[in-house]
Design a protein around this ligand. Structure first.
Ligand code: PGA
Length: 243
């Protein structure tokens, strides 16, 4: 795992955008897995800017959302699909090249298989971009998730529901289940880029760097992959020694 420490959130977002452009320069129709949350907002703003200023061609990208809440329809403003469309997809006109999990599917297990098939049909994921939960979750893969898991329905951890409450000042009640690419689905990506900023991520970042892979901390699974870049700002790196 390559660790890159940058001064602050702005630099993290710019570095992440630079890495996306690097992938696109080799393969303009690259397939990305995209996270929701506070962490990638700056990256998405950078990508929109790059697209608006025509500094790179983002029009051939194919994108898959990493996860979704169960029971929340895609048109609902609380859904992750909505978040990604609003922050990035609509702004760079990628609507026809974006797929996301339907949290309101009648048959969720079928939806999981559909997603795996869609990723396969797209040629697999070139770069999975991940945020990091304070408990080490990646996408909605909570502690205890097997490393070989594929897209599945998950029970959300209390810490995840608590953290995500802050996204919705309107009092939206966070569902207790999610649907998520599995750890195995993420590990099948050719490259993985993990982003973490702020003091709240310092402990988990240090745990991931120090500890051997363990299902107790899902992000440690990334240490079994040979092309992972972890980009952290100085606050998130504040508990790392000797790097
Ligand atoms: P955050 O969430 O980007 O809002 O910190 C990350 C996550 O829970 O995966």
């Amino acid at each position: 795992m390559k660790i890159v420490v940058v001064p602050d959130y702005r630099a993290l977002s710019q570095k992440a955008a630079e890495m996306v452009l690097r992938v696109l320069s080799l393969k303009p129709d690259s397939v990305f897995a995209l996270p929701t949350g506070n962490t990638p907002i700056g990256l998405y703003e950078e990508l929109v800017k790059i697209s608006d200023q025509e500094k790179a061609d983002l029009s051939k990208i194919k994108a898959f959302a990493l996860d979704e809440y169960v029971g929340v329809p895609p048109e609902d403003e609380h859904s992750f699909g909505f978040f990604l469309r609003q922050r990035l997809i609509d702004k760079i006109q990628l609507q026809d090249r974006f797929d996301h999990l339907r949290g309101n599917a009648i048959d969720l297990f079928r939806e999981c298989s559909r997603y795996e098939e869609a990723i396969k049909a797209a040629g697999g994921i070139d770069m999975a971009i991940l945020g990091l939960g304070v408990n080490g979750h990646i996408a909605f893969n909570e502690p205890g998730t097997p490393f070989a898991s594929r897209t599945h329905v998950v029970d959300l951890a209390v810490t995840t529901r608590d953290s995500n409450t802050s996204y919705f000042p309107d009092g939206f009640c966070i569902p207790d289940r999610g649907i998520s690419m599995g750890i195995g689905t993420i590990l099948a990506a050719r490259q993985i880029m993990v982003l973490a900023n702020g003091k709240s991520k310092a402990k988990i970042v240090s745990d991931i760097v120090r500890l051997k892979p363990t299902t107790k901390i899902p992000a440690t699974a990334l240490k079994t992959h040979d092309s992972v870049m972890l980009i952290v700002d100085e606050e998130a790196a504040s508990q790392l020694d000797n790097i």
